[in-house]
Design a protein around this ligand. Structure first.
Ligand SMILES: NC(=O)C1=CN([C@@H]2O[C@H](COP(=O)(O)OP(=O)(O)OC[C@H]3O[C@@H](n4cnc5c(N)ncnc54)[C@H](OP(=O)(O)O)[C@@H]3O)[C@@H](O)[C@H]2O)C=CC1
Ligand SMILES: C[C@H]1O[C@H](OP(=O)(O)OP(=O)(O)OC[C@H]2O[C@@H](n3cnc4c(=O)[nH]c(N)nc43)[C@H](O)[C@@H]2O)[C@@H](O)[C@@H](O)C1=O
Length: 317
């Protein structure tokens, strides 16, 4: 049982996931939420992180801060995706081990699993064969974060755990067409093409890869659940357990946005992993499952996009 006045530091609280975790914890009555923007605290700076922890002394740390992007950004900026993520997570994990942090939640990604692993992806498939090249840098950083938390559990018996989210979407996503993930990119592309006389929309790759999507409010709910319950293992997948092809996703978003033009596929862009459906039975056994259905979640995200169209986030690397 965690007291409602426990000091909870959400690293990356202005990001899509961090903001959703903040909303979820606030709704549940937690009163001592702590956040700092990257301008206020650059988590790559170890000394600054130490001073921040000395000042705020959190009991719970949720690491939702990372260099994040879609397939092209991952492929184009391997060094930043590897190094920024290792620096951020290493500083947070190490200072949390050496201070009074009682619970640490690390967020990884489904891309940590091997490119051709059997489907659905079970937690035990980690490190059984090679990674997908477009995001192996990011995946390696995330794997080292998972292993650091596992080492701390094993050696010091501290409650450090890792949640592996599938592809996420929702309010406050990144809508920059060069750096975003596929779902916000499609919302923007179809919306703008519909407004522009229903011109053709150009999408990337072949359209055949399959992806699983989870609404960020479900993700935040899973993080809150993991914070409030003791988990015996280190690693838990978090997903909806359902996937579809990129082409099917395009048709769904085309319908939701009312676009009536053609779709063409730019096959000079990478497809990435052919499929990465999570096995979510371990979280289900603990008592958590997703509740937001994909079409309803995209409709809500599209509404949010329309209402925030002049100020949607566009992340540059
Ligand atoms: N989006 C997705 O589909 C998925 C996300 N995840 C994981 O979820 C977590 C959150 O992702 P998401 O919310 O989508 O990403 P966002 O890009 O929306 O948010 C990332 C946050 O990290 C912060 N941040 C980045 N670099 C630094 C830094 N050097 N110092 C301090 N803060 C920094 C940013 O702070 P600021 O805004 O102040 O600059 C931002 O708030 C990440 O760990 C990601 O790997 C996992 C799977 C899928
Ligand atoms: C969450 C996950 O996200 C990344 O992996 P990804 O799932 O491959 O990323 P994505 O969402 O950008 O693409 C999914 C699929 O969709 C296709 N696609 C079509 N048209 C557009 C398009 O317009 N934009 C984008 N971005 N993709 C498109 C694209 O070609 C690909 O086949 C990781 O690098 C890593 O960061 C990670 O962990």
């Amino acid at each position: 049982m965690i007291a409602k006045n426990t000091k909870i530091y959400i690293a990356g609280h202005r990001g899509m996931v961090g903001a959703a975790i903040w909303r979820s914890l606030e709704k549940k009555g937690y009163t001592e939420l702590i956040g700092a923007s990257s301008k206020e605290l650059d988590l790559r700076n170890q000394q600054a992180v130490r001073e921040f922890f000395q000042a705020v002394n959190p009991s719970v740390v949720i690491d939702a801060a990372a260099k994040v992007g879609g397939i092209l950004a991952n492929n184009n900026y391997p060094y930043q995706f590897l190094m920024d993520n290792m620096l951020i997570q290493n500083n947070l994990i190490d200072i949390s081990l050496h201070t009074n942090v009682e619970k640490f939640i690390f967020l990884g990604s489904s891309c940590i699993y091997p490119k051709f692993a059997p489907q659905p992806l079970k937690e035990e498939y980690l490190l059984t064969s090679s990674l997908e090249p477009t995001n192996e840098w990011y995946a390696l950083a995330k794997i080292s974060g998972v292993k650091a938390c596992e080492a701390i559990r094993k050696q010091f018996d501290r409650d450090f755990i890792s949640l592996m989210p599938t592809n996420l979407y929702g309010p406050h996503d990144n809508f920059d067409l060069q750096t975003s993930h596929v779902l916000p990119a499609m919302i923007r592309k179809f919306h703008e093409a519909a407004k522009d006389g229903h011109r053709a929309v150009v999408l990337w790759g072949s359209g055949t890869p399959m992806r699983e999507f989870l609404h960020v409010d479900d993700m935040a709910d899973a993080v809150t659940f993991a914070m409030e319950n003791r988990f015996e293992d280190n690693l838990y997948n978090v997903g909806s357990g359902v996937d579809l092809t990129i082409r099917e996703l395009a048709e769904l978003i085309q319908k939701i946005t009312g676009h009536q033009g053609l779709i063409s596929w730019d096959t000079s862009k990478p497809d990435g992993t052919p499929r990465k459906l999570m096995d979510v039975s371990k979280m289900a056994e603990k008592g958590w499952k997703a509740s937001i259905e994909l079409e309803a979640g995209i409709r809500e995200t599209y509404e949010w996009f329309l209402q925030n169209i002049d100020q949607v986030k566009e992340v540059k690397i």
